[in-house]
Design a protein around this ligand. Structure first.
Ligand SMILES: Cc1ncc(COP(=O)(O)O)c(C=O)c1O
Length: 357
């Protein structure tokens, strides 16, 4: 979970405070904040704002995709080994319900996830449900090549970009996915419980996960809401979650995304990548290995060790105010532009002491 920047925190607090004076909130403001968020997200995704829906979580986007892409008996849904649960369980259920099977790309010993996926993308695959970065290793997938291969075999490409959007360049125009979702609270540096969901034009006539008033074509006219209509608002807006105009979360998420755009995602990736490269080198001398770039995403380092991670390491690091995630035999190190070379040196000094003791 990334920290919220001060302006994003202030935007959130300011938005929450508006509810203390609800009479000042006008009907058009149920739309203006959402449209600003949608347009900013579209810039990050490199698509039109009409293709972006506002959702509460990665799982919500995945569930919406699963509700819309047809899968038949004998077909399969492709996922990676150790894929994040929010992009796994939905497909497991869909496969069970439709008589299809779940096809798991085995962990590639050479860390080349792209080749492993391409080798698994056969004609039986109806949906490839993938990330841009494998979350336990930092392994990077070449989504442009995978997108091309999906189109060749007729598989829909559904992406979970939660561990990459905002920190690793991505372009809808280049990858051409069918659906792509990203939760805001990680690399988008936004608040919890909000996310972005890209829906390709060909799916924009589909069924939302839930039906609510604000997705419908007459939502802007509050007086006519009970003149029920079968028509939805334009583009991907029909997939917006209920209460999507969240006055606290949306301005905070939008503020953080604007800052990312100003910093520029390529530059963020290079800055954080340089920090991680140094860390990987120093950690290698202590017996920790990690996949090498370009097979590893520059912003995402998972340090693995043959031996178990020394007991009490996370607590020892926390005492030094170094915060990492320890998962099994690997330490996940995910710095950002707020980290310095000295922060990296503190981590390495701690690791050196832990390994020696
Ligand atoms: C790859 C990935 N996807 C999604 C999520 C979050 O999923 P959700 O928004 O469904 O809670 C995480 C959180 O760790 C993640 O690592």
């Amino acid at each position: 979970m990334s920290p919220l920047m001060k302006p994003a925190l202030e935007a959130g607090i300011g938005g929450l405070a508006r509810k203390a004076h609800p009479w000042q909130i006008t009907p058009d403001q149920f739309f203006s904040g959402s449209e600003e968020c949608r347009a900013t997200a579209a810039e990050l995704l490199d698509c039109s704002a009409d293709c972006v829906a506002i959702v509460p979580s990665a799982s919500y986007g995945i569930a919406t995709a699963a509700k819309n892409v047809p899968v038949h008996r004998g077909q399969s849904v492709l996922v990676l080994a150790e894929q994040f649960p929010s992009n796994f369980y939905e497909w497991q259920r869909l496969a069970e319900a439709s008589g299809a099977s779940l096809k798991v790309v085995p962990w590639p010993e050479d860390n080349d996830w792209t080749t492993a996926v391409l080798n698994s993308l056969t004609a039986d695959v109806a949906i490839a449900a993938l990330p841009q970065v494998q979350w336990t290793s930092g392994g990077r997938l070449d989504l442009v090549r995978i997108g091309e291969a999906c189109r060749k075999v007729g598989a829909a490409l559904v992406l979970d970009l939660t561990q990459s959007l905002g920190a690793l360049p991505f372009s809808v125009r280049e990858v051409q996915p069918d659906f792509a979702v990203a939760a805001s609270y990680k690399w988008l540096l936004g608040p919890y419980s909000i996310g972005l969901f890209y829906v390709a034009p060909k799916w924009q006539g589909g069924r939302p996960l839930e039906e609510n008033w604000i997705q419908r074509a007459n939502a802007r006219d509050f007086a006519s809401l009970i003149l029920y209509t079968g028509n939805y608002d334009e583009g991907a807006r029909r997939f917006d979650m209920g209460e999507r105009s969240n006055f606290a979360l949306l301005p905070s998420a939008t503020c953080a995304m604007k800052q990312l755009l100003e910093w520029d995602v390529t530059r963020i990736s290079e800055t954080v990548g340089a920090l991680n490269r140094k860390l990987a080198e120093a950690a290698a001398n202590l017996g920790f290995s990690s996949p090498a770039e370009p097979l590893r995403a520059p912003h995402y380092l998972a340090l693995r060790r043959k031996e178990a991670i020394p007991e009490g390491l996370p607590e020892m690091l926390a005492r030094e105010k170094v915060f990492v995630s320890v998962r099994g035999r690997s330490i996940r190190v995910t710095p950002h532009v707020y980290n310095s070379a000295e922060d990296g040196e503190r981590l390495i000094a701690c690791l050196r002491r832990a390994v020696a003791s």
